[in-house]
Design a protein. Sequence first.
Length: 111
Amino acid sequence: MTLSYLTKPFSLFLLMAALSTFSLGSLAADNKGNIEPPDNHHSEMVALVVDINTADAQEIADSLKGIGLKKAQAIVQWREDNGNFTHLEQLLEVKGIGDKILELNRKQLTL
């Protein structure tokens, strides 16, 4: 069975709409219809690994979920006061870092 001329564009539209929902996510099309990735460096598609013993506060804040600059500075301060972290659970000793934040970021953290 062949689709008529009028149903082809509509079928193509439905297919593209479904694909954009499931596979293109945050990608956007320019005014020519070209698909481009998001322009920011906080893309959810990229998981950055952060070494909490070497990263500066800005890198920590930019890379981890639920950690702003103030908490990131507290992490760096803890490291300066106590030496390098020897296990990730020591982050719980930093004011403002709880179990939830640690678990949100555990896969991105390294020592």
